[in-house]
Ligand binder design. Structure first.
Ligand SMILES: C[S@@+](CC[C@H](N)C(=O)[O-])C[C@H]1O[C@@H](n2cnc3c(N)ncnc32)[C@H](O)[C@@H]1O
Ligand code: SF4
Ligand code: SF4
Length: 481
């Protein structure tokens, strides 16, 4: 019998624990030090039980091979049952069992439904386990790289000031960072921009990221998609491509991107990626221009079994100029969108119907972390500057040309400062009635604040949280009436 990890699973070792995750909704598992040895023995080519046992035996002293082989077989049987690995007599059988993402295999009209046939075996959720395990020594698991700040579009809401859309990453720097990320056990690599496909080395960048076995996400407007990129995406273990589509009306989409013809290119590229079974997510931020037609994008995506998300929260540019916010929805307009969501989004309805507001309102959040920035994720722009989160490019926590990534991650005072922040550092939030509906976010605070202060809460978001709570509570009352 041969065993092999599945196409879209990733294995990492963090200190003395092993970690396996699947990008097709099978979740993840953490195993102890012995299990980590069993996990590490697996690879992307089939290996027999004898070969795997011999590999594993080298890590244990005085072990009875027959007993070990039984343990190994049981361990892999559990991983196979949980959807992480495949077994078979030949590579062809492994290939046949290693089903990849396909739109045809998705149930019609179900996009976010939970169809995972697994029982959680761990008592705690994996994330809780890892958070506890890494307490005091956070691991970098996600990096977003802005391959270029250049862009062929000029979106009215973009957080990158248009005059700064001028820099490409030096390939040598990109490859160097990738090597450092591999050494640090990075799992998720996001390639973004600007428009990442404008970089002349984009294809090589994608190939190299595959060699390092990262789970790759691409953020793109897809206007430059071509056959070579599609072929590489198919060969690569791409987790997802996130594309921005603002309207199904070409004139509205193009008015947002300020690029005539962009709708047709993005729309057609989405259809081509669907045709090639490349997992997609459509991002459709709402703003004044598309407030009456963004729903058409969500419906179109739904018909094509593509996950689509909308977002009425727009942040200011990272140089603290706020001209782009002229396009942001007013509070009344946000109210209409929230009403649309609570009346149409079944997932949100389910979540809100089951939410115990009394319990969530009473929960003590003082020691909760604010978010994952500098706890598990970080970003980098073309010149090597590292910053905490997409859109927060001017909060520079270090530069990779001057210091290794690990040193910045472990020792940068700004990284440590952000990592140490807790909800109690926002005292007005602790007793706030609207906290369960709040998407308070430090980059949104900082960008809209003339001094760039991430702790200075932006009142717009408080007003949105209060409105969201009011609308949901009214909806719940109607439900119970
Ligand atoms: C900066 S773009 C980079 C990738 C690519 N050029 C694109 O547009 O998809 C990434 C995402 O950020 C969103 N975005 C841009 N400016 C924003 C802002 N001010 N607030 C919130 N999201 C924004 C875009 O709509 C897009 O979905
Ligand atoms: S949102 Fe994306 S496509 Fe639009 S200008 Fe910004 S980087 Fe370019
Ligand atoms: S609504 Fe404002 S005060 Fe309340 S939790 Fe959110 S940011 Fe804090």
């Amino acid at each position: 019998m041969l065993y092999r990890q599945k196409f879209d699973t990733f294995i990492r070792q963090y200190d003395d624990v092993g970690y396996i995750t699947s990008k097709s909704d099978f979740g993840d598992r953490v195993v102890d030090a012995a299990g980590a040895v069993f996990l590490k023995a697996l690879s992307r080519t089939g290996q027999s039980l004898d070969a795997l046992t011999a590999k594993i035996a080298a890590s244990f002293i005085g072990v009875d091979t027959a007993v070990l082989q039984k343990d190994v077989a049981e361990f892999y049987a559990m991983l196979e049952a949980d959807g992480f690995i495949v077994s078979g007599l030949t590579e062809a059988e492994l290939d046949a069992k290693d089903t990849r993402f396909s739109y045809a295999a998705l149930e019609p009209k179900t996009i976010k439904k939970d169809f995972t046939p697994i029982v959680m075996r761990a008592e705690k959720s994996t994330q809780e386990f890892l958070d506890e395990h890494f307490k005091g020594k956070p691991h970098l698991t996600s990096l977003q790289i802005e391959l270029t700040s250049r862009c062929n579009e000029r979106c009215v809401h973009c957080y990158i000031p248009h005059e700064n859309k001028i820099n490409d990453i030096d390939p040598a720097l990109y490859y160097d960072v990738l090597g450092q990320c591999r050494d640090m056990g990075l799992l998720n690599l996001t390639l973004s921009g600007g428009e990442p496909m404008l970089h002349k080395n984009f294809l090589e960048f994608l190939r190299k990221a595959k060699e390092y076995d990262f789970s790759i996400n691409i953020l793109s407007n897809l206007t430059l998609l071509n056959d070579d990129i599609i072929a590489e995406m198919k060969a690569n273990r791409l987790s997802s491509v996130q594309v921005s589509l603002y309207s199904m009306k070409p004139e509205i989409h193009d008015a947002i991107t300020k690029m005539p013809g962009s709708f047709v290119k993005t729309h057609d590229a989405i259809l081509r990626l669907i045709e090639h079974d490349i997992p997609l997510q459509i991002s459709c931020p709402t703003m004044k221009q598309n407030k009456t037609c963004y729903v058409d994008v969500l419906n179109w995506a739904h018909e094509h079994k593509v996950r689509a998300v909308t977002d009425y929260i727009m942040m200011a540019r990272y140089d603290h100029t706020t001209g782009n916010l002229d396009n942001r929805l007013s509070l009344d307009e946000v109210g209409t969108v929230i009403n649309d969501i609570i009346n149409n989004d079944r997932d949100y309805q389910k979540e809100m119907a089951n939410a115990d507001m009394v319990k969530t309102d009473a929960r003590d959040i003082s020691n909760d972390i604010v978010c994952g920035v500098c706890v598990s994720s970080i970003c980098m722009i073309a010149n090597g500057n590292l910053y905490p989160c997409a859109g927060w490019q001017d909060y520079i926590v270090g530069n990779i040309k001057k210091q290794p990534l690990r040193e910045i991650w472990d020792n940068s005072p700004k990284v440590q400062y952000l990592r140490g922040l807790r909800k109690k550092d926002f005292p007005q939030c602790l007793t706030c009635a609207d906290k369960s509906f709040c998407a308070m976010c430090m980059v949104r605070n900082a960008n809209e604040n003339p001094d760039g202060d991430p702790l200075k809460i932006n009142e717009h978001f408080c007003k949105v949280a209060a409105l969201n709570r009011k609308i949901v509570l009214e909806w719940k009352e109607r439900l119970q009436a």
